[in-house]
Ligand binder design. Structure first.
Ligand SMILES: Cc1cc2nc3c(=O)[nH]c(=O)nc-3n(C[C@H](O)[C@H](O)[C@H](O)COP(=O)(O)O)c2cc1C
Length: 188
């Protein structure tokens, strides 16, 4: 199994990074590629629509590596912190650039995914708010629909609430449950 792990958080030892490491560690027969978005140069989508006439993005930056990795991967795991109610800017830029993985479909607002195969998408956001699961349920639902629309055949999305700047996330029951669930999925 090829796993692509993407950390959207600039904090390499923060809650998001800790969760990603836990989810992706110690798998047998796994080819793991891990990226920190903060180390990459990924420009914002320029809405040039080159990708709708060509199966490619016109912007030649580090996202080109991630497109290749995404095409090859059996599973992708993306973690992001919540900043002001949404994914942080690194993660937003990455997500917007995934537009290149969609071809125009039959009619307005209709798209055809270009990703092939039985891929698994796991994504989670980490937030400080104690009630984050309720407050940011919209992120979980939106990300779920997004991965499905992009052609991922199996999708899990999560909100992990109550993460402190000191990095307590592995002590949180919801986080432990998520890690266990994801490890099982990646071990199949
Ligand atoms: C710029 C900034 C904005 C934030 N905005 C929110 C927010 O809107 N809601 C929230 O619950 N937590 C917010 N937080 C807290 C982070 O989401 C939380 O600390 C998260 O666990 C960060 O993960 P990390 O440890 O991987 O950095 C914010 C933190 C920063 C730095």
């Amino acid at each position: 199994m090829k796993i692509l792990a993407i950390n959207g958080n600039p904090r390499k030892d923060g809650n998001t990074a800790k969760l990603l490491k836990e989810i992706t560690k110690d798998h047998v027969d796994v080819d793991l590629d891990s990226f920190d978005l903060n180390d990459l140069r990924i420009r914002d989508c320029q809405a040039c629509y080159f990708c709708k006439k060509n199966d490619a993005c016109a912007i030649k930056d580090d996202m080109q590596r991630l497109y290749r990795k995404l095409r090859e991967a059996d599973a992708m795991v993306l973690g992001s912190p919540v900043y002001f109610g949404v994914e942080n800017a690194n993660t937003r830029a990455f997500i917007d650039r995934l537009y290149a993985l969609l071809a125009f479909g039959d009619g307005p607002g209709k798209y055809v995914p270009r990703l092939k195969g039985d891929k698994l998408a796991i994504s989670f956001v980490c937030c400080g708010a104690g009630k984050g699961k309720e407050v940011y349920a919209n992120i979980k639902d939106r990300q779920f629909a997004m991965w499905a629309n992009l052609g991922f055949k199996e999708v899990r999305t999560y909100v992990i609430a109550g993460a402190s700047p000191q990095g307590n996330v592995l002590e949180l029951v919801d986080a432990q449950n998520m890690v266990r669930e994801c490890q099982e999925l990646l071990d199949r």
